[in-house]
Design a protein around this ligand. Structure first.
Ligand code: ZN
Length: 305
């Protein structure tokens, strides 16, 4: 069996997976938001639950976190956890008495989908989660490609293309990262709502917009078309920089009907002439891909040693 912990801003989920990496038991507890020691204790209690449930004190365990984990100094850079300036991997490992690898949750998603998931059989895959935020991960031959700062695949903080800003008179909004006019401000789920507000003057959630598109609402079809155009530019940029043979979509956006076909058509419109678009696929393991990838981390760490 394998253990995984999904450390989120509101919940810490522990998942016990069988030998085929299928989650068989889960336990969720609230995330302590203000105090680092309390956060460490909460993670340790989930590790204890995993060990007891598996009846294995040496159970391999990996952790997925929302944010960037600096490979050089172990610092975990997140905006919604009390981990600023702390070496979370080292502290969790010391408390647990075993090495507990830690990785960005979107990288875990990419790792999972590259190995036995939708990306099986492809050489270079880009896992892209579009939900309340946007994150990604790159896997080459089934292994994560980290980059110098472990920043590779953080495409959502690249600025919107000026052509799109001019074409739709898009406002330059502040992003959660502190900069202005990042892709994330209009391409993440809340960004789709902002687009509906800007283009049609309505206040709707991404789910409500998707429902209206299905019902044939022309204004919302236009909003989604503009969103697809924007997202296609982001995918085109991924192609220009990374040129993967497969992009795997996860997160709330994958609930929009035929979104992968819409984005593939959008990509073909904006891509350079005579280039081959990558396969655009939906995640095979859906919401479970994060814990599945986290459970794989200790296995890979062993491979690298
Ligand atoms: Zn940003």
């Amino acid at each position: 069996m394998h253990g995984a912990i999904d450390l989120g801003g509101t919940k810490i989920e522990a998942a016990l997976l069988n030998a085929d990496l299928i989650p068989i038991k889960r336990q969720r507890i609230d995330t302590p938001k203000d105090d680092y020691e309390q956060l460490l204790n909460a993670i340790q209690s989930q590790i204890n639950w995993l060990r007891t449930t598996a009846n294995d004190e040496q159970l391999s365990i990996g952790v997925g976190v929302p944010g960037v984990v600096d490979k050089k100094n172990g610092l975990t850079l997140t905006s919604n956890l009390p981990t600023k300036g702390r070496k979370l991997r080292q502290d969790v490992s010391n408390l647990a008495g075993q090495d507990i690898p830690l990785e960005n949750d979107c990288r875990c998603f990419a790792l999972s989908e590259a190995n036995g998931g939708a990306g099986a059989g492809y050489k270079k895959i880009f896992g892209l989660i579009i939900g309340t935020g946007i994150g990604g991960g790159i896997c080459i031959d089934g292994k994560l490609s980290y980059g110098f700062n472990n920043l590779a695949a953080e495409v959502s903080h690249i600025p919107l293309p000026s052509t799109m800003v001019a074409k739709y008179n898009l406002p330059l909004l502040q992003c959660g990262c502190g900069r202005t006019a990042c892709y994330e401000t209009f391409v993440a789920g809340p960004g789709l709502s902002r687009l509906a507000q800007h283009l049609a003057g309505v206040n709707l959630t991404a789910i409500e917009i998707a429902a209206r598109v299905e019902a044939g609402d022309k204004k919302m079809i236009h909003v989604l078309d503009v969103w697809v155009e924007l997202c296609s530019h982001m995918l085109d940029m991924i192609q220009l920089l990374v040129d993967p043979d497969c992009i795997i979509l996860g997160g709330g956006i994958s609930l929009i009907k035929n979104i992968e076909q819409k984005l593939l058509a959008g990509m073909k419109k904006v891509a350079l002439d005579n280039t081959h678009p990558p396969q655009l696929l939906l995640a095979k393991f859906g919401d479970s891909s994060g814990v599945r990838g986290a459970a794989m981390l200790p296995l890979l760490d062993n491979l690298e040693e």
